[in-house]
Design a protein around this ligand. Structure first.
Ligand SMILES: Cc1cc2nc3c(=O)[nH]c(=O)nc-3n(C[C@H](O)[C@H](O)[C@H](O)COP(=O)(O)OP(=O)(O)OC[C@H]3O[C@@H](n4cnc5c(N)ncnc54)[C@H](O)[C@@H]3O)c2cc1C
Length: 382
């Protein structure tokens, strides 16, 4: 077993780190007060960050899932708002590569690679259907060779900038997940209404909106895969998305840990730097250890995805462990900062707010534990 990253993986990580520090970092603090600037998103997209997993033959960078996870960690280390916007766009691009027809790939991937669409959006959640996503009520009714989609989707990440949305809707009365299909819906489709921005605890630079669909007509060719396949498409997308969210959490927590270490060496109490107190050292040691374990889980899940092996259980393990560890680290680093940890002048406050959502979106910690336990009970301990 090889614990070294390959030269290509190291090179990709360095490229992402350098770009994040040069181009994104100067805006990170401003993203606590304003949405990401479309000009910045365009620059990020032009560098290839929105189609990281898309093969070069389709205009993307063709990264492996391991390299992708490393890139997400570097973006999140600098700015969580950018990281989530990039992550969701890549999740949709990955769906198009895996599940789309050549026509769908040509149309929608080129919108991303040409920056005509700065981002893409994933529309699964509804008011009454979050963890229980199969309770979704949006309908897609077949009329001739078109579908008419009606319903409302909430928490649509990237809604402000996406020219297209992947929308999960019910095409039959089949119970639960069985009657769900997936559709690519253009922003300018008649009957699609874009709602206002949610005010969030963190990740304020990212866009989170509602959309309403009122008899939105889409051609049959906008359906991804066959009727009834939509829920599985969404779950396959989320398997990969969970590696991304785990990586976001890891990147944010690493930034927080670095800030805590810096501060502990500078701040003095009782005549010496607080870094010399064992109580502070243990927080640093425990944090670094948990993040190293999180990294190992993330890389394992990403590696399995790259090998086209089963990785659902591993992605959920990586997500639940990385996000919960990251929350603890971000909390402990505020403690190390004392009262200053609560003051906005220090970045640990932003890291704490940004990391909080990672145990919630793309499946809460409770749902990850359900996924892990279900898989172990079905296929055994390995
Ligand atoms: C900032 C942000 C961005 C988002 N972006 C998107 C997006 O782009 N696209 C999208 O489709 N969705 C998105 N979401 C939605 C997100 O995935 C859901 O919020 C999440 O899945 C939880 O659903 P819920 O909020 O309805 O919580 P609920 O399902 O109402 O859960 C409430 C609580 O009950 C627990 N719970 C529920 N069921 C069980 C159970 N069976 N056993 C134990 N505990 C349970 C949950 O874990 C949670 O603690 C986003 C959310 C946020 C906050």
């Amino acid at each position: 077993m090889d614990f070294e990253l390959s030269p290509e993986e190291l090179e990709t990580r360095n490229w992402a780190k350098a770009f994040a520090e040069r181009v994104i970092a100067p805006h990170a603090e401003a993203h606590t007060k304003q949405k990401l600037n479309p000009a910045l998103l365009k620059e990020i997209s032009a560098e290839g960050f929105m189609t990281l997993l898309v093969p070069e033959s389709l205009g993307g960078l063709g990264l492996t899932p391991v390299s992708f996870a490393l890139v997400m960690q570097e973006l999140a280390r600098v700015c969580g708002s950018v990281a989530v916007s990039v992550a969701v766009t890549n999740m949709i691009a990955d769906v198009l590569v895996r599940e789309g027809t050549p026509e769908q790939q040509k149309k929608y991937l080129s919108l991303l690679t040409s920056q005509k669409s700065l981002t893409a959006s994933f529309c699964l959640t509804e008011n009454q259907a979050g963890s229980d996503a199969s309770a979704l009520r949006t309908t897609a009714t077949k009329k001739g060779n078109e579908y008419e989609i009606s319903g409302e989707k909430i928490y649509v990440t990237n809604g402000a900038w996406s020219e297209f949305f992947l929308v999960m809707a019910r095409t039959s009365d089949a119970p639960g997940s069985k009657g769900v299909s997936a559709f690519l819906v253009d922003r300018n489709a008649k009957g699609l209404m874009i709602g206002g921005e949610e005010e969030k605890m963190g990740l304020e630079g990212s866009s989170t909106i509602r959309i309403a669909l009122d008899h939105v007509k889409v051609p049959e060719s906008a359906r991804v895969q066959t009727e009834g396949e939509g829920f599985k498409i969404a779950m396959r997308a989320l398997d990969g998305g969970r590696i991304s969210v785990a990586s976001q959490a890891l990147g944010i927590a690493r930034a927080s840990l670095a800030a805590g270490v810096r501060y502990a060496k500078e701040r003095e109490a009782f005549g010496k730097p607080i870094a010399e107190f064992q109580a502070i050292q243990w927080k640093i040691a425990d944090g670094a250890t948990a993040l190293a374990a999180a990294e190992a889980l993330i890389l394992r899940a990403a590696y399995l995805k790259g090998q086209k092996k089963e990785f659902t259980r591993e992605a959920s393990m990586a997500k639940v462990f990385a996000t919960e560890s990251a929350m603890k680290v971000c909390d402990d680093m505020i403690q190390i900062h004392g009262g200053y940890g609560y003051i906005k002048e220090y970045p640990v406050e932003r890291y704490f707010r940004d990391v909080r959502v990672t145990t919630l979106y793309e499946g809460t910690s409770e749902i990850q534990r359900m996924v892990i336990a279900r898989d172990i009970l079905k296929t055994g301990v390995r």
